[in-house]
Design a protein around this ligand. Structure first.
Ligand SMILES: [Zn+2]
Length: 346
């Protein structure tokens, strides 16, 4: 891929050096923290906050967490800051659904550039505040979600050849998102919660198109999700197959997030760690959701499992996904502090 010959970005070497020295800490869930704020429709739209979104939509916005970047920027910055002060080296922008494809549900396709650019700026501000308190370098990962459409499978059981989205539609939508994240100053691009590898390949392609325009190559983190007992992604790949499908992108990290919690993730992380010749990253949910969709695993319980990943040499970057809080990240950071990072076979 021609994008690989581009010069690396300013922070690429710094991140690589740090990842060789120690296990890096990624942040935890954004959604769990936002839920805790108990925001109303008016709060989401930004009425009264002085930050009403400039983009027009008649759709209800409650639940459009990414929109809070524009309508409640201080609340989002404070969540990023809480994670950074809990020990996160890398925080994810609140842009999981900031593509035209995902924002179509809310009629806010036109807001996509602003969501991503502002999302990265807000995270950068929070990281600079954290660094001012303790001098530690911190990095912003532009979060790129899977979208709510699948390129390699049909959503219609009566029409298996049907596709709700094409590779090119995804490539274009991801490209807009990634250009916005770069414009806002993201240090890395994190393609996460991948259930369909073809969607991820469109995002990777879009990264390299955007990097070519930018004139620099940013580190890319690639994170799949395995949600059932078969140990395969939704599009049917084993962890090894998943790695081989994306290794051409020479990602900064390869790994897994979300899904069934650390215990169920462990064998799949071990498989990836055994085959991948790059850094690995794991950020599980806080266990399994209970009957109310909430996560009961305590910070110490999650940290005890994640430190086992570290002890067994499986990981270079760790954090949390759904249900994790700044307290979980603090517990994880404390637990892995004395553990060496996984050695990368070159
Ligand atoms: Zn999750």
């Amino acid at each position: 891929m021609h994008g690989l010959i581009l010069p690396p970005s300013r922070t690429f070497a710094q991140l690589t050096t740090l990842a060789r020295e120690r296990i890096l800490i990624l942040d935890g869930a954004m959604g769990t923290q936002i839920q805790g704020l108990g925001l109303s429709e008016e709060d989401f739209v930004g009425k009264g906050s002085g930050c009403a979104c400039a983009h027009h939509s008649d759709h209800p916005q409650k639940g459009n967490n990414d929109l809070l970047i524009l309508t409640q920027p201080q609340a989002i910055e404070d969540i990023h800051l809480a994670y950074a002060l809990a020990g996160a080296d890398i925080v994810e922008t609140n842009t999981f659904s900031s593509t035209t494809i995902a924002q179509a549900d809310y009629g806010l396709e036109n807001a996509v550039h602003d969501l991503n650019a502002e999302g990265a700026r807000i995270a950068r501000r929070a990281m600079d505040r954290a660094t001012a308190t303790d001098g530690r370098p911190r990095f912003v990962a532009g979060a790129v979600g899977p979208t709510n459409r699948t390129a390699s499978m049909s959503p219609d059981v009566n029409d298996p050849g049907y596709r709700a989205v094409s590779f090119d539609e995804l490539r274009i939508a991801y490209g807009q998102q990634i250009r916005g994240l770069i414009a806002g100053g993201a240090d890395l691009i994190l393609i996460e919660t991948i259930f369909d590898t073809l969607n991820a390949k469109a995002a990777i392609f879009a990264c390299f198109e955007a990097f070519a325009e930018h004139g620099q190559r940013l580190p890319v983190m690639i994170s799949g999700t395995i949600t059932d007992a078969s140990g395969r992604t939704l599009s049917g790949q084993t962890p090894t197959a998943f790695w081989h499908s994306v290794r051409h992108a020479r990602p900064f990290t390869i790994g897994l997030n979300c899904a069934l919690g650390a215990a169920a993730m462990r064998p799949h992380m071990a498989e990836i760690a055994a085959v991948a010749d790059t850094f690995t990253c794991a950020y599980p949910n806080a266990g399994l959701p209970n009957a109310f969709g909430l996560y009961d695993e305590t910070p110490d319980e999650t940290a005890a499992q994640v430190v086992d990943f570290a002890r067994d040499g499986l990981v270079n970057v760790v954090g949390g996904c759904c249900g994790t809080t700044p307290e979980h990240i603090r517990a994880i950071a404390d637990a892995v502090a004395g553990q060496p990072p996984r050695e990368v076979r070159q």
